[in-house]
Design a protein around this ligand. Structure first.
Ligand code: ADP
Length: 396
């Protein structure tokens, strides 16, 4: 069974093609296009590349196209992206302005282009369905909560990948199997003692921290929208709700402009006044650029803040995992996050840390109580696995 996973940005289309057979899964091809102006043409090109490269005989061979969809009103988990689901995604366009509109638009283009092929989305909120209720509530009136004002949590595919892979690497096959079955049985599968407690730090273009107990998330630093939690590349992160009305009343800032500033001119870009790319910030901070250093310091401070929250919630941790573009590659950011935590059992081996980029590794000393690990994420694989399961269940 071949499943294409498409990652849709407002002007980009990235893809990976997976093949599943009994007891086997592999990636057959990957690719992508930037600065896309005509989505239909990009889809044509993607399919043509897969056929030309021999990964597909024809597009009819695709069992489905999977999408890492973000959020939809009243819908969670892994679902067929029909007109009703797309409308429910559109209902949350204002909450996820950088994410939902490109997905809705892109999925419609896929539907026009390949009307016979099932289009299936795994929502980024899916991993948090079993977190404690208190972790999902803001202290707002009930009517707001009913309208969707709650902490959803995102990056579910990535943190789920880390939950499963870290359990495997830590010798906990039972917990890894529970993660694999999570969307079937809601984490009810029994696991052995002691509890496996993991904090996963996805630091990339968007960043978030999640706590994971025995394979099940206890919360995520992202709240109601993908603009919350840690500072992101150019999105704001957590902000006191009263900041916005204050600025609007005292400076005449309009709502549309405020939204644009929070989605495109804030985060690491806003803090540094320089760049949304961590590589620029690291090199400029080293040459004395104050804004770049402040941006790095805030990212580190916020990451530590959330690691601390889950450390307490989980009654300590067995492993802290770094993943995504920054977490997998930025040696200095990892070192700064783990600084002076030895009394909590969290330590880095500086020499090992310095050599690890984009590869699985333990970067803590061999005898440290907490394993600090780097695990390259594979969100597309998580999506493809759930899409496969969806198709098999739909057949029954
Ligand atoms: P996205 O969330 O858009 O998928 P990534 O996970 O690739 O993005 O993270 C993007 C961030 O990671 C950027 O700040 C970028 O500088 C950083 N990054 C990505 N790859 C590398 C690398 N090889 N070395 C250093 N930093 C990297």
């Amino acid at each position: 069974m071949k499943i294409l996973v498409a990652n849709l940005g407002s002007t980009s289309l990235k893809y990976r093609l997976f093949e599943f057979a009994v007891g086997q899964e592999r990636m057959l091809a990957r690719g992508g296009f930037e600065r896309v102006t005509d989505y239909g043409a990009a889809i044509d090109q993607c399919l043509a590349e897969l056929v030309r490269g021999g990964a597909l005989q024809s597009e009819q061979e695709l069992a489905a196209v999977g999408f890492k969809t973000i959020m939809a009103r009243g819908i969670n988990g892994c679902v067929r992206l029909d007109a009703a689901v797309l409308a429910a995604m559109e209902a949350f366009n204002e909450i996820a302005p950088a994410h939902n509109p490109p997905y809705v638009n892109g999925v419609r283009r896929f539907a026009q282009r390949m009307p016979q092929t099932p289009l299936v989305g795994l929502f980024e909120t899916a991993f948090y369905q079993w977190a404690p209720e208190a972790a999902g509530r803001y202290a707002v009136p009930e009517a707001w909560y009913q309208a969707g004002v709650r902490r959803w949590g995102f990056h579910g595919a990535s943190h789920k990948f880390v939950a499963e892979r870290s359990a495997e690497l830590l010798g906990r096959a039972d917990v890894a199997e529970r993660v694999r079955q999570l969307y079937v049985d809601g984490g009810r599968r029994a696991v052995a003692a002691p509890e496996l407690r993991v904090v996963s730090c996805h630091l990339g273009g968007s960043s978030s921290v999640t706590g994971i107990r025995n394979g099940v998330a206890v919360g995520n630093s992202l709240g109601m929208s993908p603009q919350s939690g840690l500072p992101h590349n150019n999105r704001v992160g957590d902000l006191d709700a009263f900041a916005l009305p204050y600025l609007m009343r005292t400076t005449g800032l309009g709502l549309a402009e405020a939204e644009r500033l929070m989605c495109a001119e804030s985060g690491l870009k806003g803090l540094s006044g320089l760049s949304n790319d961590i590589r620029d910030l690291v090199s400029q901070a080293a040459s004395g650029h104050t804004g770049a250093q402040v941006a790095l310091d805030v990212l580190v401070h916020q990451t530590r803040h959330w690691i601390g929250a889950y450390f307490l919630e989980l009654n300590g941790v067995d492993a802290v995992v770094f993943t995504a573009g920054i977490g997998e590659n930025q040696v200095g950011v990892r070192a700064a996050i783990c600084r002076d935590l030895d009394r909590l059992g969290i330590q880095l081996d500086p020499e090992v840390n310095a050599t690890v980029r984009a590869q699985e590794a333990v970067i803590s000393p061999a005898n440290a109580p907490v394993k600090v690990m780097v695990i390259p994420t594979n969100e597309e694989l998580v999506v493809a696995r759930e899409v496969r399961r969806y198709l098999e269940q739909a057949k029954r």
